[in-house]
Design a protein around this ligand. Structure first.
Ligand code: DMJ
Length: 521
């Protein structure tokens, strides 16, 4: 133990010597601030307990039209197929390999076996009325879900899937166990915020509390879409526990971002948590940036539109995005490109397709009363993303598609042709359906589900799998049933074929993993 301690101290000293004078001073300052905060905390009283918010529309939505009802039932059957196979072959593992019929996991969950699929799926099971399956999941969580594991996990993924999933399950079912587990887990994430700036590390070891960033991220940076996608869950944690610690962490991030200069008004995707400086100037509404913008809007909605600071940040951000990143292709398709070191890359990711729904959701309350404009923009993005599906052989969207050199909404590189059961396009169809009731969104959702696509090409006898090439008529499988397929893709599809009184948007705000959290009126 003594030798290990010495070695650790030596390592730390070596690390320190690598740092610049400024970095070391910033760290000393953070340490000092931490001590002051701790002292203050001892004096301050916890927040008073709060009543549970009004939980409306958790059991309804049965459509009267028999055709729509049948489609909704089909989606429920798909959920049961995904769940039953996970139950049989992957139970307790994070995800399922539907072809090898065994458990699966990725580095975002470290080497833990935390039943990610169970936690992610709970609220979908609940709203679909699959109550026996919900109870099975609850029992597993009660008896087996333990966070004292020596495992390095992604703070962002654990927050959106686990904390979001547990909180939603708690609000829907009222079962205390979910709240208790969510709070225990949140406590394990807090050490990730011990950085010189308070911008959390991307990863944290749940046992030791040691954090670090992804090796691939520009100049040791944390990622905008990761540290900027904690707000909704952390506000709810403070609300439910009366402990302001969670709220303070995310408000500190917001304040820091507000103070920073933004090149062209855009937020770069990389921010160094030691120096508080931007890394590479790369801006994206898809991977690495996406849900940061989503959470600004949703912070405002979740606060019953009282958090006008968040709304202002959202409005400023999307104005800059529209000016610098949104363009029309030669063929008339509106797309959102990516800003990379001073030029626009005319490529859009599947992940970026969520933005159609975001624009529609943010239309009401927009600056200069541009509601019509943003609803229209949402519709145009939905159309472009539908085209990206329609121009493939399998009628499933590729991971990324280009608008360059005669190419329109089509993937060019082989390694961008895969579909991994992602939800973003269906998410946008659902929001557009809620706001317009244009039947084409249900039709497009059905095209992606059964007519041509997911049920036909991704379904295997052991569950659902992603496919490696959506342009090939004999696709090969990636053999992963992602947990977000149950959390998001199937939930948004089910909602698309339900009446609007199921989880009405005046009362519920969906986190970025589609876990509904109530508006705090
Ligand atoms: C989900 O885990 C979340 O939606 C996240 O915000 C980004 N994408 C995946 C699914 O594609």
């Amino acid at each position: 133990k003594i030798r290990a301690d010495h070695e650790k101290a030596l390592e730390e000293a070596k690390e320190k010597l690598k740092k610049s004078r400024d970095e070391i001073q910033a760290e000393i300052q953070t340490e000092k601030n931490k001590v002051v905060q701790e002292l203050k905390k001892k004096d301050s009283k916890p927040l008073p307990p709060v009543p549970l918010p009004n939980l409306i529309g958790i059991n309804s939505g049965e459509p009267s039209d028999p055709d729509i009802r049948e489609k909704r039932n089909k989606i429920k059957e798909m959920m049961k197929h995904a769940w039953d196979n996970y139950r049989q072959y992957g139970w307790g593992h994070n995800e399922l390999k539907p072809i090898a019929r065994k458990g699966h996991s990725t580095n975002i969950f470290g080497n833990s076996q935390m039943g990610a699929t169970i936690v992610d799926a709970l609220d979908t099971l609940y709203i679909m009325g699959l109550h026996d399956e919900f109870r099975e999941g609850q029992e597993w969580i009660d008896k087996n879900l333990d966070f004292s594991v020596n495992s390095e996990v992604s703070v962002f993924e654990v927050n959106i899937r686990f904390i979001g999933g547990l909180l939603a399950a708690y609000y829907l079912s009222g079962q205390e166990v979910f709240k208790i587990k969510a709070v225990q887990l949140a406590g394990k994430l807090l050490p990730a915020f011990n950085t010189p700036t308070g911008i959390p590390w991307a990863m944290v070891n749940l046992k030791s509390g040691v954090g670090r960033n992804w090796g691939w991220a520009s100049a040791g940076s944390s990622i905008l879409a990761e540290f900027g996608t904690l707000h909704m869950e952390f506000v709810h944690l403070s609300y439910l526990t009366g402990d302001p610690v969670y709220y303070n962490k995310v408000m500190h991030i917001r304040k820091l971002l507000q103070k920073m200069d933004r090149p062209n008004g855009l937020y770069p995707n990389y921010l160094n948590p030691r120096t508080g400086r931007w890394g590479q100037h790369h801006t994206s509404v898809g991977g690495l940036g996406d849900s940061f913008y989503e959470y600004l809007l949703k912070a405002w909605l979740m606060s019953d539109k009282m958090d006008t600071e968040a709304r202002k940040m959202y409005d400023d951000a999307i104005e800059a995005i529209e000016k610098h990143l949104i363009r029309k292709s030669n063929g008339g398709l509106t797309f959102i490109g990516e800003w990379k070191n001073g030029h626009l890359e005319r490529k859009m990711g599947h992940l970026t397709c969520f933005a159609g729904g975001m624009f529609a959701l943010g239309a009401d309350g927009s600056r200069d009363d541009k509601a019509g404009h943003y609803l229209q923009l949402g519709a145009e993005i939905a159309h472009t993303c539908h085209e990206s599906y329609d121009r493939t052989t399998l009628k499933l969207g590729p991971e990324a598609f280009k608008f360059d050199g005669g190419v329109e909404a089509v993937a060019v590189r082989q390694n961008e042709k895969y579909y991994i059961l992602r939800p973003e396009v269906i998410e946008t169809y659902w929001y557009m359906w809620r706001f317009t009731h244009d039947p084409k969104y249900r039709q497009w959702g059905w095209e992606a589900t059964q007519l041509n696509a997911i049920d036909k090409y991704c379904r295997v006898s052991g569950g659902f799998s992603g496919v490696k090439d959506v342009y090939s008529s004999s696709p090969t499988y990636d053999d992963v049933q992602q947990s977000f397929f149950l959390a998001e893709t199937l939930k948004y599809l089910y909602l698309l074929f339900s009446n609007d009184d199921l989880l009405p948007l005046d009362n519920w705000v969906f986190n970025t993993e589609a876990h509904p959290l109530p508006v705090l009126h």
